[in-house]
Ligand binder design. Structure first.
Ligand code: NI
Ligand code: MN
Length: 239
């Protein structure tokens, strides 16, 4: 199974004919993405929450490719209303199965709004956007590899429980701070999760979330048994 980081929290998981994209936020919406939405061809799309930096390219990609989308129920209904042909709408704890494996929605501590899509509207506002309940993290099993994509979240103790229920091979964790946990808390999270490999995400996309990924790597590898792989946008990790 191959994991390609497309910048920010966007990853493409590839196994056989399956290309699963998580949180599509691509060029030019994302300042760090190496590709546009026309340069990827997902078979499936998974979403952690409705913030624009995770969702911006979801509707366009899904309508062009016909890829089904998995998102928490309110966000799935929002996608339905915007013309996405096939959605799966679990809530927290729900599992959706595919021929390549499965995805389970797990807890994340953050907020969740969807953009109105109107010019000039602030997408993170609950006034011009829409507040739609809770966000999620994603546990994905594909090609016999278990990936925990934590979504946007602060540190919480039940990351340990999530990993007890499904031992994690690869954890994708936000380290940028300000909107999510930062380097210090994310390094602590690695001790709770016990993944073989950790891929940092959600940093250096914007000035507010600049972080030192090499410092994160040093801290994690000196205090836990996890190995941190710092990818560049476009970089691939073979799991
Ligand atoms: Ni967010
Ligand atoms: Mn975010």
């Amino acid at each position: 199974m191959e994991i390609r980081w497309l910048g920010h929290s966007c990853f493409e998981l590839s196994e056989g004919d399956a290309r699963v994209i998580i949180d599509p936020f691509l060029k030019p919406n994302s300042p760090t993405a190496p590709v546009t939405a026309d340069e990827v061809d997902p078979t499936h799309i998974l979403l952690s929450h409705g913030h624009a930096d995770h969702l911006a390219d979801a509707v366009g990609l899904a309508t062009r490719t016909g890829a089904p989308c998995v998102a928490i129920v309110e966000l799935a209904k929002w996608l339905d209303a915007r013309g996405v042909a096939q959605t799966h709408d679990p809530n927290l704890g729900g599992v959706v199965e595919f021929d390549w494996g499965w995805v389970k929605l797990v807890q994340a501590f953050h907020t969740n709004t969807t953009p109105s899509g109107e010019e000039g509207h602030e997408p993170f506002s609950a006034e011009t956007g829409t507040s739609i309940g809770v966000p999620a993290g994603l546990v994905v099993e594909i090609g016999g590899v278990t990936v925990y994509h934590a979504g946007d979240t602060c540190l919480f103790g039940d990351m340990k429980l999530i990993a007890e229920r499904t031992p994690i091979d690869v954890a994708c964790l936000p380290i940028g701070g300000h909107y999510t946990m930062g380097v210090d808390d994310a390094a602590y999270a690695c001790g709770l999760i016990g993944a073989e490999t950790v891929l940092p995400m959600h940093y250096d996309t914007f000035p507010a979330i600049e972080a030192d990924a090499e410092d994160f790597k040093r801290r994690v590898e000196s205090s836990t048994s996890s190995r941190v792989v710092v990818l560049k946008p476009g970089g691939v990790h073979a799991a």
